[in-house]
Design a protein. Structure first.
Length: 366
């Protein structure tokens, strides 16, 4: 049995000279870092206590989620950070700060994924820079999607019961009784074509599958460059998908975009894998299709989370459920803190940042 080894991170040496930026009155001020994390986030992403508190000449830590809006605004005005280190618990950046081109705040370094509910669009419009976990998460979420597909096709949910019921029969009988299926040569449909979907395409290639995809606003040339057939609509994509991966970002146009009608057009015994958001699909219609025995489902996300044993598909043989774990694995979470720290150092040194969130990707995000 192998164990993962955490690579020792190189910590920044204390600086004696720092870059400055002009203040409103024309003078210069020191670069300031405001760390807005709660203890749980620090323990998760900086497990060795390597929070970058000494990287910037002026640093302040605050559990911003415990402040009321007026207290949060006052902290930002009084401390005047150049950079904020944020995570899930960080409250919305006040519009007064986000939209002000004269504000000291220039960069938001977000440790995890979407910033849609935390950073107003006006911050991007006035030239503010935002980074997130960049390419780190896409591969691991795609890994979960592939796991769900393979496990469902091999009917993993019934393995224990089959072993208990038929431990006396030859092993080759299990293949028939479990009705196992292969991924090799399948017709794959992918809804969405962001980093997760693109990583998934690469993971699927060894299975000699035929991949088609649709994602509103994504250039067909991007799909073609990865050997994927672009479709013009979900109506074109769905009927040809023996395995249908839901990877689209949640936004007003994608919410409930996979309708009851579309689900009814999937081939009989097709598998639906959802690692995006539960509300993108008509969940009630999907439940009905699985309960009828016509479709299979492997789900990591749901309309309401967390689910419980009362969830309608809990005991369904053709449903495989996972508790929204298509995310950083427990042994890799420290790399997200290291990625953010490296970006903080790059910003301080005037270097190019990794994982920059563009306005276009912001608009498409959940």
């Amino acid at each position: 049995m192998t164990t993962s080894t955490k690579t020792t991170l190189q910590h920044a040496e204390p600086k004696t000279e720092f870059e400055t930026w002009p203040s409103r009155n024309g003078s210069t001020q020191t670069q300031r870092l405001l760390i807005c994390l709660i203890d749980g986030e620090i323990q998760k992403f900086f497990p060795d206590g390597d929070l970058p508190v000494d990287l910037y000449p002026a640093t302040k830590q605050v559990e911003a989620c415990k402040l009321d809006p007026s207290e949060w605004l006052k902290i930002l005005k009084d401390f005047q950070p150049t950079v904020i280190l944020t995570c899930w618990s960080t409250p919305v950046i006040p519009e007064e700060i986000a939209s002000d081109p004269e504000s000291s705040l220039k960069y938001i370094c977000h440790i995890t994924g979407t910033v849609r509910r935390m950073v107003p669009r006006s911050f991007f419009e006035r030239g503010g820079v935002v980074t997130n976990w960049g390419p780190l998460a896409g591969g691991q979420v795609a890994e979960q999607a592939l796991l769900l597909a393979l496990a469902s096709l091999r009917n993993i949910g019934q393995w224990r019961q089959q072993i208990a019921d038929k431990h006396h029969v030859p092993y080759w009988d299990f293949v028939d009784s479990l009705r196992t299926r292969t991924l090799f040569g399948r017709r794959i449909g992918i809804h969405g074509f962001g980093q997760i979907a693109q990583a998934l395409v690469k993971l699927l290639k060894p299975f000699q599958v035929k991949i088609s995809a649709y994602s509103e606003g994504v250039p067909p040339s991007l799909m073609e460059s990865l050997g994927v057939k672009p479709c013009q609509s979900l109506e074109e994509l769905v009927p040809q998908s023996e395995v249908f991966f839901e990877c689209e970002a949640l936004n007003p146009s994608s919410e409930r975009s996979v309708t009851r009608e579309l689900l009814s057009r999937l081939p009989d015994q097709a598998l639906v894998v959802n690692i995006a958001r539960g509300i993108i699909l008509d969940e009630a219609a999907l439940i009905a299709e699985v309960q009828s025995g016509r479709l299979h489902a492997a789900l990591d996300v749901f309309t309401q989370e967390p689910i419980s044993p009362e969830y309608p598909l809990w005991h369904q043989e053709k449903a495989l459920l996972s508790p929204h774990i298509g995310a950083p694995t427990s042994d890799s979470q420290w790399t997200y803190g290291a990625f953010a720290t490296a970006n903080l150092r790059r910003f301080l040194n005037g270097e190019t940042l990794d994982g920059i969130v563009s306005l276009a990707s912001y608009d498409r995000s959940t």
